[in-house]
Write a protein that binds this ligand. Structure first.
Ligand SMILES: [Zn+2]
Length: 262
């Protein structure tokens, strides 16, 4: 109890303790994270109009597969400020707290909608990136895959469009664009993880993007408990055992502390 910081309402404090109790007793947990877990690391949620990424283009128009094939330079221009922020970002206390809880055995899988790789950089091991990753690129001509390394550095620092050293075609970051299918194997693993768990924690996701937003249903339909930590409401709030409104970078470290203290 003493580990809970001041400045948090009695109601939130109780919710944190209850969440920790559930996580401890459940034993087999899955986490689903969204943009809200990376905004404290300075990465904007590009779906929100306040992010600055709507100024020149509508993301829905430039970040679709057909738009990418038709005018890749427009995509790379739109994506540049976001790539720069991702490139320079560091994991925040929310990423670290989840990595600690994974290591301690309370969560066996972290499913994320984010492409920034920050869960892994915080030390998490079993991370399923259902919307793809910025860690690799694939040639749209010969389909050869390359690690991001120098390509992303050149793109972020010099605005250079990444090109295949083999055939000269454009390299597409392995992130899932609109109109694109989710990576099949990762998606199946994510569904299985939700099917097998007895607690699911949604952190920093408003559960607005289909089909990822349907994943907790797999768990709920098998009577798993649902905990939601998010700034705004979600369509699954009525089915959640515990809802905490707040900043995940503040709440998750308190939960992990509480779980591990007892
Ligand atoms: Zn190629």
């Amino acid at each position: 109890m003493n580990s809970i910081q001041n400045g948090i309402s009695r109601e939130v404090r109780r919710a944190i303790e209850n969440a920790a109790g559930l996580i401890r007793s459940a034993g087999k947990g899955v986490v689903l994270t969204g943009a809200g877990i990376s905004t404290p690391s300075g990465i904007p949620d590009f779906r929100s109009r306040g992010s600055g990424l709507w100024e020149r283009y509508n993301p829905m128009e430039v970040a679709s597969l057909s738009a990418f094939r038709y005018q890749p330079e427009k995509f790379f221009a739109w994506f540049h400020p976001l790539a720069e922020k991702i490139f320079n970002a560091l994991p925040n206390p929310a990423h670290h707290a989840l990595a600690i809880l994974e290591k301690a055995g309370y969560f066996h899988t972290i499913i994320t909608q984010n492409i920034d790789g920050l869960h892994q950089r915080a030390g998490a091991k079993e991370v399923l990136e259902v919307h793809g990753t910025l860690q690799s690129l694939t040639c749209i001509g010969c389909f050869h895959q390359y690690p991001s390394d120098s390509y992303i550095t050149n793109y972020v620092e010099n605005g250079e469009t990444p090109r295949c050293p083999g055939c000269g075609q454009i390299l597409k970051p392995d992130i899932i664009l609109y109109e694109e299918q989710l990576p099949r194997q990762i998606w199946q693993k994510a569904r299985q993880a939700c099917y097998d768990c007895n607690i699911i924690l949604v952190a920093g996701s408003s559960l607005e993007v289909i089909p990822v937003a349907t994943l907790p249903l797999e768990a709920l339909d098998r009577n798993a408990h649902l905990i939601i930590i998010n700034q705004s409401s979600t369509y699954l709030d009525p089915r959640a055992k515990i809802i905490i409104r707040g900043d995940v970078a503040e709440i998750l470290p308190l939960i992990s502390q509480e779980v591990l203290d007892d």
